[in-house]
Write a protein that binds this ligand. Structure first.
Ligand code: 4AD
Ligand code: MG
Length: 452
C-alpha cells in the first residue's frame, strides 16, 4: 500500500494532488454538506483533518464510522483554510478496515484516568498521552545507543537466564522447566533465575572489548509496590576498562544530559503535551538538566545535609544506613535543586564488588539522584584487587569458589574498571514527568499484574 505517514504529510512543503493516509478516527463531526474526520496514525501527536463531502462515494464508504475505527483516506493534500492546522485532506476515497462499536469501545473522546487506562493497556497506545510516552521512550532508547556509539562503546548482550546473583539481593524470579509437582532433574541441573543485572558478564566483556554497555530487560521480584519499582524493567549498564569513579561520574552525567538534550530536540510536540497536562515546568527542568552540571557530594556530606535540614523524615538519616527515597528526593529536589551525584558510600550498605577506599570505611560507589524520582543511576568502580575481593566475599559469608570466573578476571590481566546501571523507566519518568513507572512501560509487570 502506498501510504504516507501523517507526520510526513504535516511536514509537506507543497500541496499534493493524491496521498493516502491510514489511521484511527479520533473525532468526527458531521455538518450538512460534509464531515470532518480527524485521524491519527501514531507517527506523531497531531491528527490530520480530513474533509469528506456529503453525497460523495467517499462519504458513503465512511458510513457511520466514528471514534476508534481504522480507515484509509486517499485524496488531495491542500492548505487548510481553518485555524490550527496547515494542511488538510480532501477525501476522494475512503476504505474502512475495522469498525469500533461506540457502545463498547472504551476510549471515548474524554479524559480517562491513568488507573483506568492501565486496565486497558492494550488500547492505551491509541491515546495522546501514551502515544507520546512511547514515542519518547523510543527516541530516548535511540539517544542512548547514539551516545555510546559516539564514545566507541560496544553494545553487548548478557544473558537473561543466569546462575549468578549479582546484587546478592536474593530478590529473584526462579526459572524451571519442571511441571509443578514433578521432581526430576531440572534443565540446568542447578538453580536458574532471571537476571537482576548484567553487570558481572558485562565486566568480562569490558575486560576484552574495553568499553561496553548492555541495554535490556532486567527482573526483580522485590515485592515493593511503589510508583518507582517494576518487576521487569530495562536497564542500561555501561562498563569501562581502565576507568575510575571520576570517569564513571562523568559518563553517567553526560549520558543523562545527552538523552535530555536529544528528546528536547526530537520530541518537542510530545514533551509539550506533558508540560501542559502532566507536569507544568517539565520543559524548563529538562533544559536545565541538559545545560547545567550536576551537583556532587559525598555520602558523608549528604548525611550531614540531611541531618541539618530540619526535616522530619520517616527514617532518620544516620551514617551507615541506606538513603531512603525521601532523603534522595530532599537532596536533589530541595537542597541541590538539580540532579546530584552522591559518592563514597559506606561499604556495609553496598555490594561486594565495589572497590574499597583507603579509609577502610567506604567504597568507590556513586548514585545519581534526580528530582521527583530519587535514584536514577547506581554504580561503582569495581574491586580489581584479587585478594581484597576474595576477602570481601568471605567476609560476607559467601564462597569464593562460586565466583571462580569472576575472580579469574582479577587473576588474569586485571585492570581498574567501573560501571553503572541506569533504570530506563526511571529516566523516562524524568523525561516525561509521569509519576508512576506503570505508565512509562507499555505492559507493566508489578506484584499481581500480569494480564497482558
Ligand atoms: O542500583 P542497582 O540495583 O544497580 C545494579 O544492579 C548494578 N549491578 C548496576 C551496575 O553497576 N551495572 O540498579 C541500577 C538502577 C537503579 O538506579 C534504578 O534506576 C534501576 O536500576 N532499578 C529499577 N528500576 C525499576 N524497577 C526496579 N525494581 C528497579 N531496581 C533498580
Ligand atoms: Mg542502587
Amino acid at each position: 500500500m502506498q501510504r504516507t505517514l501523517i507526520i510526513d504529510a504535516l511536514g509537506a512543503q507543497e500541496p499534493c494532488p493524491r496521498i493516502t493516509l491510514c489511521g484511527w478516527i479520533r473525532t468526527r463531526r458531521d455538518a450538512r454538506d460534509f464531515s470532518f474526520v480527524e485521524i491519527n496514525d501514531g507517527s506523531c501527536l497531531t491528527n490530520m483533518q480530513c474533509i469528506v463531502d456529503a453525497g460523495t462515494p467517499a462519504h458513503g464508504a465512511l458510513g457511520d464510522c466514528g471514534t476508534g475505527a481504522a480507515i484509509a483516506v486517499a485524496g488531495e493534500l491542500v492548505a487548510s483554510p481553518g485555524k490550527g492546522q496547515q494542511w488538510e485532506v480532501r477525501a476522494a476515497e475512503i476504505t474502512v478496515f475495522g469498525l469500533a462499536d461506540p457502545e463498547t469501545f472504551p476510549l471515548q473522546k474524554k479524559r480517562h484516568s491513568d488507573e483506568f487506562l492501565r486496565t486497558i493497556a492494550h488500547l492505551r497506545p491509541r491515546t495522546n498521552k501514551y502515544g507520546a510516552a512511547f514515542r519518547i521512550r523510543s527516541e530516548a532508547g535511540a539517544a542512548i545507543h547514539e551516545f555510546f556509539r559516539g564514545r566507541r562503546f560496544a553494545w553487548v548482550h548478557t544473558p537473561v537466564l543466569t546462575g549468578a546473583d549479582c546484587e546478592g539481593a536474593g530478590e529473584m524470579f526462579h526459572v524451571t522447566s519442571l511441571k509443578p509437582g514433578v521432581t526430576n532433574t531440572d534443565f540446568f541441573d542447578r538453580p536458574c533465575h532471571l537476571t537482576v543485572s548484567g553487570q558481572l558478564e558485562a565486566e568480562a566483556l569490558a575486560l576484552g572489548l574495553g568499553r561496553v554497555y548492555t541495554f535490556g530487560p532486567t527482573f526483580r521480584a522485590e515485592n515493593s509496590n511503589t510508583p518507582r519499582h517494576a518487576a521487569e524493567f530495562w536497564m542500561v549498564e555501561p562498563e569501562m576498562a581502565f576507568a575510575d569513579l571520576e570517569d564513571l561520574m562523568e559518563l553517567g552525567e553526560s549520558l543523562t544530559r545527552h538523552v535530555a538534550e536529544h528528546v528536547l530536540a526530537r520530541c518537542e510536540a510530545d514533551l509539550k503535551l506533558f508540560d501542559s497536562f502532566v507536569d507544568k515546568g517539565l520543559l524548563e527542568r529538562l533544559k536545565n538538566i541538559a545545560a547545567t552540571p550536576f551537583a556532587r557530594i559525598s555520602y558523608t556530606e549528604a548525611i550531614d545535609i540531611l541531618q541539618k535540614s530540619g526535616r522530619a523524615f520517616t527514617f532518620p538519616a544516620v551514617f551507615g544506613t541506606d538513603l531512603q527515597t525521601e532523603h534522595e528526593r530532599h537532596l536533589a529536589e530541595e537542597h541541590c535543586k538539580k540532579p546530584v551525584i552522591v559518592y563514597d558510600y559506606p561499604k556495609e550498605i553496598k555490594a561486594f564488588y565495589m572497590r574499597q577506599n583507603d579509609d577502610g570505611k567506604t567504597v568507590a560507589a556513586m548514585d545519581i539522584l534526580v528530582p521527583r524520582i530519587g535514584e536514577l543511576v547506581g554504580g561503582s568502580q569495581r574491586e580489581e584487587r584479587l585478594s581484597v575481593l576474595e576477602s570481601r566475599i568471605r567476609e560476607l559469608g559467601q564462597r569464593a569458589e562460586d565466583y571462580w570466573w569472576y575472580l579469574d578476571l582479577r587473576r588474569f590481566g586485571s585492570v581498574p574498571h567501573a560501571g553503572f546501571g541506569l533504570g530506563f523507566e526511571r529516566l523516562l519518568m524524568l523525561l516525561t514527568g509521569i509519576t508512576n513507572i506503570r505508565d512509562v512501560i507499555p505492559f507493566p509487570r508489578t506484584p499481581g499484574t500480569l494480564e497482558f
